[in-house]
Design a protein around this ligand. Structure first.
Ligand SMILES: [Zn+2]
Length: 240
């Protein structure tokens, strides 16, 4: 579906992947669930584009619910897969998920997420054989020219990607607007984090950044700007 001019989303909001179009070329941000591979041609067509126009897949981090069809597009199309260097081994499946557990859980949303996973190919996600890496502060030479802001905590190499030309900040799991373990529909720290205190502290790196659209890995698009999203996350995290 269309999020804004030049940005479309795969998925209904539980697990998100995004297409960013610039000058007729496309960057895919996160690769969602494996089943999204089947949705990709129609989503590209809605932008007037095809798989031939996809230049890169950029991962916000190495968690399995973000790498869904990455190995498939790499193997079948030769599309490069980019990830922050500290998450490269995780994306390649060489190290275990550093997640420290679920945090608070409500049964119904958690079962909904498990059901989604089971029906979208997420129980067996192919590891990525080869990734290219980037570091904090880099401006990536891919369509949209995303700038990397490292947000360690959810994983060591979690990164937000700022695309000023599209007024968008792709936050990965730095901020979730839907929490798959609790069902909360508002900006929060994502569950399944390696270090939630560090994840909260890392959000200071987004202070002062201008983007109307905050686009998370899980949940609906936030359209009220970065500062308002950060305020909600912080208020919830400190019990306010
Ligand atoms: Zn994650």
């Amino acid at each position: 579906m269309e999020i804004s001019t030049g940005i479309r989303r795969l998925g209904t909001g539980i697990v998100n992947a995004y297409l960013v179009e610039a000058a007729g070329e496309v960057t895919i941000i996160d690769a969602g669930a494996p089943s999204y591979w089947g949705d990709l041609p129609a989503e590209l067509a809605a932008m007037g584009r095809t798989l031939d126009d996809v230049r890169a897949v950029v991962l916000t981090h190495g968690h399995s619910d973000h790498i869904g069809f990455a190995e498939r597009i790499r193997r079948e199309r030769g599309t490069p897969i980019l990830v922050e260097e500290l998450d490269a081994a995780l994306a390649r499946g060489e190290v275990p998920n550093p997640s420290k557990g679920l945090g608070p859980v409500k049964l119904s949303p958690l079962l909904g997420f498990v059901w989604f996973s089971a029906t979208h190919g997420m129980l067996r996600i192919p590891r990525i054989a080869e990734v290219s890496t980037f570091g904090d502060g880099a401006t990536l030479d891919v369509p949209g020219s995303p700038r990397v802001i490292l947000l360690p905590g959810h994983t060591p190499g979690s990164a937000a990607l700022h695309v000023p030309s599209h007024d968008a900040l792709f936050v990965g799991d730095g901020i979730a607007t839907y929490s798959v373990t609790t069902g909360v529909d508002a900006p929060r720290l994502a569950p399944f984090g390696a270090d939630q205190a560090q994840a909260l502290a890392s959000l200071a790196r987004l202070d002062g950044l201008e983007a109307g659209f905050v686009l998370p890995g899980h949940g609906q698009a936030w359209t009220r700007g970065v500062a308002a999203a950060l305020a909600e996350v912080r208020a919830a995290a400190t019990g306010g």
